[in-house]
Write a protein that binds this ligand. Structure first.
Ligand SMILES: C[S@@+](CC[C@H](N)C(=O)[O-])C[C@H]1O[C@@H](n2cnc3c(N)ncnc32)[C@H](O)[C@@H]1O
Length: 697
């Protein structure tokens, strides 16, 4: 860009507010770089920036800059993100990048911009408009990202904030975010940390910017101020897809056994006599489907080693008949005690499930236009589509754009524009004027609207009253998951599973291990959900147990859950399961349709392992105060009480638990049901199995 002016005349007066460190050397004083008398001048912390020496009225078109387009592939293949160009690209349609020419590349970022921009894929330009009136001497800035944490550099305002804090003598040590922004030239350590933070932010920004990237320029004219700059490439993790069909068959179970799980993680193979016993007594059916379960029970005794319980373990000591009368109805046998012989459990909900509750009353604030003149509807609607193009704003996808109400005999039309943190009132007003003079008579208003769509009829009714929303009744977690629906026999079965897992945990303790145990079982078909279309039946008669072996194996990852998943994976590779269930190469770790009993709430790693394994249901006995995979305390920021038990039961859950609700999160690709045993546990057993709070289970 040539700022040289052959004339030696001084440039038009530059107000004192423009930085005085103007390079005047061989080219003389700086000259305007566009007809509006803008100047490219160095800013102490932002590199060069665009300044004006004149007042600019709101709505003024500052420049329509051309862009050089790069396809996504080209940009990524050439690694342009990692070159200097990486800071100058605008996300473009189809995931491509547009390198801004002219002023486009020179505007610095401000969280409170005075310039907005509109991308136009058709003309391959970006139009920049003053979003408010700009005074002489001001720097012209756009907003790269409404959420500053998504920037790939430390914005100057953060540094200024930190510097101010330091000047005021405030101790900012507890404020790492800010300290990182405080650049002390001589301090190498601070500089190193700052760089680390920038690269972390760059990585963190990728997903959100990606999202934004996919949103770019979906309409001809795409008006948004969110993230524009080039994302750093990050490879998406390759999670197994829930919906993908099982991979191809393996050649032989023996081969599969060798590659499914590293051999050092496997228990010893099943005893051969056990296999014979199974084939004599009736093998489990092949493709497990509803109602096809063989009622024959394999007569296989467990093998246990000092390190790990392996192989097929005995079934629960439980009989359906004992809990049913001749007509198949629930029957309470004599002498049985509630909470001991049959279950008392608390349902542990995950974050995604709160959306299913009629209680979901969260609201967010958006900008709206409100008017009574029906002639304005079309223009206002078109403007809304520009500010908030289809599919662009994830946060408002559930919201209908238009809300019509009759109030005091007046038809009032309200049109949603965008969340309030995406534009200031001034910037929206300026954009409205630029869009159509008809809108000049309106001013944006803030309005509260539902934060999510409706999942139940009650929610729809409630939310519609506030603002029309979309209705998507698909349940997050199968609707069968209500303890109220459990038969007495299921409650008794649960009680015996709990008893088994506590015995295993005590055995682990006797063996010098961390006393955590699991018992995983294919539930009898009587307990399969009656109406859940998505239910995939478990492999009949499959059962394994395990306990923690971190001590004996001197291996930090030998948690009980991981050991149990490995045991199941092993069982699937040996007869009878390998011979009779469909071979699913690499999928032997699956606990599909199974129920897992656990002595203690698992850690996040184990909760994720269970998620990957597609377990159906988990029942555990002792909760963890922090670091657990399930229980979200009622005081947690994720924000809802985690049970649907009785009042008393809810007090039993740790209100200050700091778990993660891994089992039912919208952002993960499988959900399972989780229950905590709330029945009797012998005090001596409880004391024996108590575990150091700092230990991640
Ligand atoms: C598109 S360029 C803007 C022009 C740039 N200042 C120059 O001199 O070429 C983006 C880069 O400017 C710097 N920058 C922009 N806004 C900033 C801000 N608010 N604080 C600190 N640096 C900023 C960052 O280094 C960023 O990578």
């Amino acid at each position: 860009m040539n700022t040289h002016n052959a004339s030696d005349d001084p440039p038009p007066g530059i107000p004192a507010t423009i930085p005085t460190t103007i390079p005047s050397s061989e080219y003389g004083p700086p000259q305007p770089i566009n007809p509006l008398s803008l100047h490219l001048l160095p800013h102490p912390q932002r590199g060069n920036g665009v300044f004006t020496d004149r007042a600019i009225p709101a709505g003024t078109v500052i420049e329509e800059s051309p862009v050089l387009l790069f396809s996504k592939e080209e940009w990524e293949e050439k690694g342009l993100d990692d070159t200097v160009l990486g800071s100058y690209g605008f996300c473009w349609s189809g995931g491509g990048m547009g390198l801004g020419l002219g002023l486009a590349s020179l505007f610095n970022h401000s969280p409170k911009p005075n310039v907005n921009y509109i991308r136009s894929p058709q003309s391959r330009t970006i139009k920049f408009l003053a979003s408010r009136s700009i005074s002489p001497g001001e720097e012209l800035c756009i907003c790269y990202a409404a959420d500053q944490s998504k920037l790939w550099f430390v914005p100057a305002d953060e540094r200024e904030f930190a510097a101010r804090k330091e000047e005021n003598g405030e101790d900012s040590e507890d404020d790492e975010e800010r300290i990182m922004g405080l650049e002390v030239e001589e301090d190498k350590e601070v500089e190193r940390k700052r760089k680390e933070r920038e690269s972390r932010k760059a990585a963190a920004s990728t997903s959100s910017i990606r999202t934004a990237g996919s949103l770019q320029a979906t309409s001809d004219s795409d008006l948004v101020s969110p993230p524009i700059q080039a994302p750093r490439p990050v490879r998406a993790p390759s999670f197994p897809s829930l919906t993908s069909s099982p991979p191809a068959s393996r050649p032989s179970s023996a081969n599969n056994a060798a590659h499914a799980i590293p051999t050092n993680a496997l228990p010893a193979p099943l005893h051969s006599s056990a296999h014979k016993a199974l084939s004599r007594r009736g093998t489990p059916t092949s493709s497990p489907s509803r109602g096809s379960v063989s009622r024959h029970e394999p007569d296989v005794s467990s093998r246990s080693s000092s390190k790990q319980r392996a192989g097929l373990v005995p079934d629960l000591k439980w009989s359906d008949d004992e809990w049913k009368d001749a007509k198949g109805r629930d029957k309470m046998p004599d002498g049985k005690v509630e909470g001991v012989d049959y279950g008392e459990t608390i349902r542990i909900k995950g974050p995604a499930e709160s959306e299913n509750d009629g209680e979901d009353k969260d609201l967010i604030q958006v900008w709206i236009l409100e008017f009574t003149d029906p002639k304005l509807t079309k223009t206002a609607l078109n403007f809304s589509k520009e500010v908030w193009p289809n599919d662009v704003n994830e946060r408002l996808r559930h919201l209908k754009r238009v809300c019509r109400r009759k109030e005091n005999d007046l038809e009032i039309c309200r049109i949603a524009l965008c969340p309030i943190d995406e534009h200031s009132s001034e910037s929206l007003s300026a954009l409205m004027v630029a869009f159509s003079p008809d809108l000049g008579t309106l001013s944006p208003k803030t309005w509260s609207v539902p934060a999510t769509g409706a999942r139940t009829q009650e929610q729809l009714k409630y939310k519609h009253h506030i603002w029309p929303v979309s209705f998507s009744p698909a349940p997050i977690v199968p609707s069968s998951s209500s303890e109220a629906g459990w038969s007495l026999t299921k409650k008794a079965w649960v009680a015996s599973g709990v008893k088994r897992v506590l015995e295993l945990a005590l055995e682990a303790k006797r063996n010098g291990e961390v006393p955590v145990a699991t018992f995983c079982i294919s539930p009898p078909d009587a307990f399969w959900p009656k109406s859940d279309g998505g239910f995939i039946a478990p492999t009949p008669n499959l059962r394994a147990s395990s306990h923690d072996t971190r001590n004996s194996e001197s291996h930090p990852l030998r948690h009980a859950v991981l050991n149990c998943v490995a045991n199941i994976a092993h069982l699937r590779t040996v007869p009878p399961f390998a011979d009779t269930t469909p071979a699913r190469n690499g999928a032997d770790y699956l606990l599909t349709g199974m129920c897992l009993f656990l002595s203690h709430e698992p850690c996040v790693m184990c909760s994720m392992a269970l998620l990957h394994s597609r377990v159906k249901e988990v029942i555990y006995v002792f909760g963890q105060r922090r670091g657990g995979g399930f229980e979200i305390g009622s005081g947690d920021s994720v924000g809802f009480a985690a049970n649907q038990g009785s009042e008393e039961a809810s007090h039993e859950l740790s209100p200050d638990a700091k778990g993660f609700g891994i089992h039912a999160r919208r952002d993960l690709n499988h959900r399972y049901e989780v229950w905590r045993w709330d029945g009797h546990v012998d005090e001596a057993v409880r004391a024996e199995l108590e575990i150091d709070e700092d230990l991640q289970l």
